[in-house]
Design a protein around this ligand. Sequence first.
Ligand code: PMP
Length: 395
Amino acid sequence: MDIFQKCYEPSLAKELKAAGVYPYFHALQSRQDVEVMMEGRRRIMLGSNNYLGLTTAPDVVEAGIHALEQYGTGCSGSRFLNGTLQMHLELEEELGKFLRKPGIVTFGTGFQSNVGIISALVGRHDYVICDRENHASIYAGCQMSYGKMLRYRHSDMADLEKQLQRVPEQNGALIVTDGVFSMGGDIAKLPEICALAKQYGARVMVDDAHGLGVLGEGGRGTASYFGLEDQVDVYMGTFSKSLASLGGYMAASEEVAEYVRHASRPFIFSASIPPANCATALAALRHLEQHPELVDRLRSLSLYARKGMTDRGMKIRESALNAPTPIIPIYTYETYHTLEVAKEIYDRGVYVNPTLPPATPEGEALLRTSYMATHTEALLDEAMDIMAEVLVKHE
Ligand code: PMP
């Protein structure tokens, strides 16, 4: 049998292309901003993770240009060997101070961070316990680890407790959860999770890809939002969202970080973050520290959008209804309906991300909209009017 057989067979992607509703790979001809030029036309961007709008901040752009000139285009090696720049150490030190965790390890991407952290920490006799709606990179880390993975229903604390009870006393356990869920926009129940972890002797890891720069004091993330910084053992985060660059990190105690530096294959056997990305992540972090008001602005715009959507009759996924996060999922339910609606909204000048099963439960397809601190109320009104008109028309 030809291993490529599957590539020639019918698929959902082929079916959607034939039906003219394929929604992926639209190309931009401009910067990632609140309005973009995409496939030759202005579109309001309601689908970016550039939550603080820092991809275009002059100080951040300038830092990238300067690093490129000073250090060249790439590091051509791992952090472990020839690929450590002084600037990587500066980024790790400043991030550690900001997050109030002394042990920082940086990785090439957020995806690689989850893979690198979980595969290093979860050994042959350990258990890793995941919320079902955790990001795909967490699952990839679990698959790469030699431990056993257990899953609990989304934010269901009774089910989490049931899974914890399955772990034999002599085995270690790591509970891993998104801080802010990437599709739903809801916040993990960290107080309950930390209490259960304490009761059962487990450790807690939070993927704060969508929490950094968004929640907590000065944008320090989900643990800070709940005042639980001491009880979350490991934070994972990314530089590709609020910090407007590329790369990812782990933040933990120095002992845990030092262990991961010497045990994580995705860290040891992969090139370090290139100079321009390292410099822009650092500049964006400094920008965030100097402008905590951006976090407040993001929160108030997100609440403005939540109210605007509800007032216009759009149905927001319940779990995200009152969460002060910049991710707002609008239910459209059925796959084809979702794609038709997304296409018409796109044709009328607004970019949103249609999210389909298996990324959502069957029959719960949605439009994932996301907001930036640099949006204006006027832009959001324009976009929400278009979305509401299209949704009503297709009802
Ligand atoms: N974790 C979560 C929760 C995410 O949403 C993402 C990106 N969508 C990642 C990890 C991976 O981050 P990166 O894009 O930096 O690889």
